[in-house]
Design a protein around this ligand. Structure first.
Ligand code: BES
Ligand code: MN
Length: 458
């Protein structure tokens, strides 16, 4: 039985270098896709490979159309592994050390997928006729912003006549305290290219009359935040909603102080946006962040040059009820307006997604009209996590983004139950990524109960 040894299964899955961003890893993408296809077939799913311009999406189904219908989402792609020299063991040669399995994608997102599948295998072994219809969606472009997923949803939404989505692609504070993620921030990615003279110039021969594009990029970037640390783009905060009281109460249960958080980050201090402390601002506040800025001479020593070009890469994280398209236009307009006339600027929007929130059924503000399966899943998850992990989950929004979760709501009308299985110690997107084997085992037990509960008599 493939799922008798889930750690070996994860190790095999994580050995396929499925880096979606880099076309030289095409074989790793195919390998990971085939691997997860074979796991799903072993579980009794019929699996279709849906072609996209980049990396195919797997659509796998089991069960009778009359049964309650659950969608499970995951992604088989991973982030690039570099810088390679900072890994203790090679990123695509997974290794168990202590209570962790190390390898790129071990936590994000291959480990959590093995958890769900192992739980399902155990449940199906006990009850092969489990009356739960499940559609698996495993995509290969999550780490590059899921460019094909919206189109896929438009085309296949009829096949997603489900009641909810189950996802584990978010975090928890530590292996003892699990979070049920009640919101994800949205995203807008932009790139601005500032162009000055037609070519690099001698900064002595031409310095004076020429407006240096590095000065333009610096001035424009400096204008995008005010002294309080807020984003200085007119209209940016217009639609921002305030967190509910119950969300602030849940946050107080988080087993981390601001001091500990600062210690973990290792910076000299925090500058949260106004009105929020650092723990709040990462979950409840929007941001405008510079991810890369450059131009001019970057080599050793000095070079007297006025560069012809400069660039900045920006991402904004959005909170309810900001809209991706609106924020993209506002930021683009602010950059264009503030660029001095002696320099030209071209701003392109390179990706995005709307924020997502789900109010747990029964909490203040919930509609009471959630699908029966979603209601059931939230209470089953709460109980199963309390049972397996020894403490109840915290219901909390997350700072990261999974843009397709908003799309699933928008296009297919589906809310998600997001159960956080990775922790800050897992080094997501960084060297020495790992997945905690204790979480893996406890979560598998919890998911067994969740699947059984969802299929149980109403
Ligand atoms: N699994 C993460 C998102 C995540 C990380 C959620 C930590 C909660 C806690 C996902 O794979 C990811 O990295 N998303 C990107 C989205 C981007 C590439 C469009 C992100 O948040 O930067
Ligand atoms: Mn992920």
């Amino acid at each position: 039985m493939a799922f008798d040894d889930p750690v070996a299964e994860l190790s095999a899955y994580a050995s396929h270098p499925s880096v979606s961003a880099d076309s030289s890893f095409a074989q790793g993408m195919t390998g990971a896709r085939h691997y997860v296809t074979s796991l799903l077939r072993e579980l009794g799913f019929s699996v279709e490979t849906i072609e996209t311009p980049m990396h195919p999406i797997l659509l796998a189904t089991r069960g009778d159309p009359s049964w309650p219908h659950l969608v499970v989402y995951g992604h088989y792609d991973v982030q690039p592994a570099d810088p390679l020299d900072l890994w203790t063991s090679p990123p695509f040669e997974p290794e168990v050390r202590g209570d962790r399995l190390y390898g790129r994608g071990a936590a994000d997102n291959k480990g959590p997928q093995i958890v769900h599948m192992t739980a399902l295998a155990r449940v199906l072994q006990r009850n092969p006729e489990l009356p739960l219809r499940i559609t698996y969606l495993i995509e290969g472009e999550e780490e590059v912003g899921s460019p094909s997923f919206k189109g896929f949803l438009e085309r296949y939404k009829d096949r997603l006549d489900a009641e909810m989505v189950l996802v584990s692609d978010t975090g928890s504070p530590n292996p003892e305290q699990i979070v049920i993620t009640t919101g994800l921030r949205g995203l807008v990615a932009l790139e601005a290219r500032f162009k000055g003279p037609a070519m690099d110039l001698h900064s002595g021969v031409h310095g004076g009359p020429v407006f240096n594009p590095l000065r333009a990029v610096s001035e424009v970037c400096a204008s995008l935040h005010d002294e309080e640390g807020n984003v200085a783009v007119p209209g940016f905060y217009d639609e921002v909603s305030v967190p509910a009281d119950w969300e602030r109460d849940e946050l107080l249960k988080m087993p981390q102080t601001e001091e500990e958080y600062l210690g973990f980050i290792g910076a000299p201090g925090f500058k949260p946006s106004s009105g929020y402390n650092s723990l709040e601002s990462v979950r409840f506040g929007p941001t405008l962040e510079f991810n890369g800025i450059g131009g001019g001479y970057q080599g050793e020593g000095s070079k007297t040059v006025i560069p012809s070009e400069a660039f900045v890469k920006i991402t904004c994280r959005l909170v309810p009820n900001q809209k991706e398209g609106v924020i993209a236009s506002l930021v683009k307009a602010a950059i264009e307006e503030r660029c001095p006339p002696e320099v030209s600027v071209e701003v392109s929007v390179t990706g995005g997604g709307d924020p997502y929130v789900v109010i747990p059924p029964g909490k203040p503000g919930s509609s009471g009209e959630e699908s029966p399966l979603l209601k059931r899943a939230f209470s089953a998850a709460e109980q199963a996590i309390a049972q397996s992990f020894g403490s109840s989950p915290i219901f909390m929004r997350e700072g990261g983004s999974i843009p397709i979760i908003g799309d699933l709501k928008e296009i297919a009308g589906l809310d998600s139950l997001l159960i956080g299985l990775f922790t800050p110690a897992d080094n997501l997107h960084a060297p020495d990524e790992s997945f905690h084997l204790g979480i893996m085992e406890k979560a598998t037990t919890a998911f067994e109960s969740i699947f059984e509960d969802l299929a149980g008599p109403t």
